[in-house]
Design a binder for this molecule. Structure first.
Ligand code: RUB
Length: 307
């Protein structure tokens, strides 16, 4: 579900769609969150600036409660709110929110096409690429390679429990890209045939660790063992400034019923962490809109964001 599908929706409806994962993927939830703030500005009817700022803050808190792991959401909201407290009057405040929103969306779209280009160029003719979950950025790079005449094929993991791998295989086969679906536990059995692993990110920490869909770190271990390079495709708004100051990235734990009906196993604990962290030593490169960096370069990206 993209921006076109949420046009006109209220903040609470958007928040619920993010929680239920109808809106999902770190890039898409950031755009949807930014849209929710813009909508507040557009719909606000009284003339009191303080009231509007308060409403925006309340909305921010609600949106941030939806999916705690993706820093893209927080960075998107921060972008829309940038400088708004300095507005002279309500009209200027509304204009700033709307302009910041448009800038964020434009940058996000431009970032995707740059990442597609830089990431796509690094995929060679006849490569077999493995991807995990459903990352719009990783898939953009894969599609770029294919659309530029590279004869590639893809292995896509199912990505339990929500099976975002189904979205991936549908998306790639619609483009005509040869794609094979595997269960997550088949990665090690298949990795020797694979030339490159391409994944996305929800958050990148200052030490270069990448937080992405649960299982990414296992894919990374298998890739490392088989000497297959792992590439992460992520816009710079997925880098976490808070991680520089020692804050750990919270890992979202979702309802056990996404795995199995808990009533089937009375007395059994069912745990459903939906993201994990891949340490920098397992990552070959990170493709951002600013260029291809090594994971050790994450701190520099964050430093530029803070300046
Ligand atoms: C999605 C996921 C994706 C990243 C990057 O998890 O882990 O790999 O969000 O996606 P979920 P993108 O389905 O739980 O949201 O590149 O589209 O931002």
């Amino acid at each position: 579900m993209g921006l076109d599908d949420i046009e006109g929706l209220e903040v609470e409806e958007i928040a619920r769609k993010i929680e239920s994962m109808e809106i999902r993927g770190a890039a898409e939830i950031a755009r949807a969150g930014a849209y929710a703030l813009k909508k507040i500005g557009e719909d606000f009817e009284n003339e009191d600036m303080t009231d509007l700022l308060e409403e925006l803050e309340t909305c921010k808190v609600r949106l941030l409660s939806t999916r705690p792991t993706a820093v893209s959401l927080e960075n998107g909201l921060r972008y829309v709110m940038h400088g708004v407290r300095k507005a002279d009057d309500i009209e200027q405040l509304k204009e700033m929110i709307s302009d910041n929103y448009s800038d964020f969306i434009d940058n996000s779209i431009r970032a995707k096409s740059k990442i597609a280009e830089y990431g796509g160029r690094r995929i060679s003719d006849d490569d077999m690429v493995l991807t995990h979950c459903n990352s719009s950025m990783a898939l953009a790079a894969i599609k770029y390679a294919w659309n530029n005449g590279k004869n590639i094929s893809v292995i896509a993991t199912e990505s339990r429990p929500k099976k975002q791998g189904y979205i991936t295989v549908e998306e790639l086969s619609k483009e005509g890209i040869p794609v094979t679906l595997i269960v997550d536990s088949a990665v090690r059995a298949k990795i020797k045939k694979v030339d490159k692993v391409y994944v996305g990110a929800d958050t990148i920490a200052s030490n270069g660790a990448v937080i992405n869909k649960i299982g990414t770190s296992q894919v990374a271990l298998c890739a490392d063992e088989a000497r297959v390079p792992l590439t992460v495709c992520a816009e710079t708004y997925k880098f976490s400034r808070k991680s520089t100051f020692g804050e750990l990235v919270p890992i979202e734990e979702r309802d056990p019923s996404e795995i199995v009906d808990p009533k089937k196993f009375p007395g059994v604990n069912i745990s459903n962490p939906v993201f994990d962290a891949t340490p920098s030593e397992y990552i070959d490169s990170i493709i951002t809109e600013k260029g291809v960096i090594s994971p050790e370069g994450a701190y520099r990206i964050i430093e530029e964001m803070i300046r």
